[in-house]
Design a binder for this molecule. Sequence first.
Ligand SMILES: [Zn+2]
Length: 236
Amino acid sequence: MRVKPLAAPVAVEPPRSGEDAAGCVACKTPDDAYVWVSERWRVRAMDRPTGLPIVLILECRSHLDLGDLPNLLAAELGVMTVRLERAIRSLDGVARVHVNRWGDGSAHLHLWFLARPYGRLQLRGTFLSLWDDILPAIPEQQWRENLALVAAWLAEFGGTAIAEPPHIQWESPSTITLSPTADADGPEANDRPATLGEFDASRAAAPTIAPENGAPANGSTPVVPVPRRIGRLFRD
Ligand SMILES: [Zn+2]
């Protein structure tokens, strides 16, 4: 791995995705694309399994950034952060939950929750988001179960769980085999996102976290796109 040379600072930074509420992807995305929703908060996932047991994003419904939150939402953000951390940490094989807010890609507030696998000491610390891309994707079945468990945990306190456990289709056993995306050596492996947040190559460039400084490395207009309608995954 070679460290990228430090680029000269730009005089004027480009606008983030959704800086104008009218063009905000988060605001326009319906609830069924989320894992769990409530009156003022929503939790979403990537559109496919990645290397970590689970990666979730907490968003407020209102088109606000962190520093703009009124006291009610600011207080609820604390409650939601703790609740979601507990839910993720309750999953088997999760040692720690890293909570990040970068905010360089999209203007709409979104907090990242990344589960660090138990025993994986190399994954401790600031590079966990990079490991999410480097590690083979976890089995899709396990990923869906993890999403459903967290959604159910959150729904215990209110709101609505959207993610459901994977269904076993008894009529056609061949359909219960795991997705090829779960196989790092499979042909789909190259389709995996290049970095955390850059999980869909068909979408606009997402922030590439540079190992040397943690800042987006791909310049221009980094965004954190909302995944395709994830609800579809749970109803197939
Ligand atoms: Zn928005």
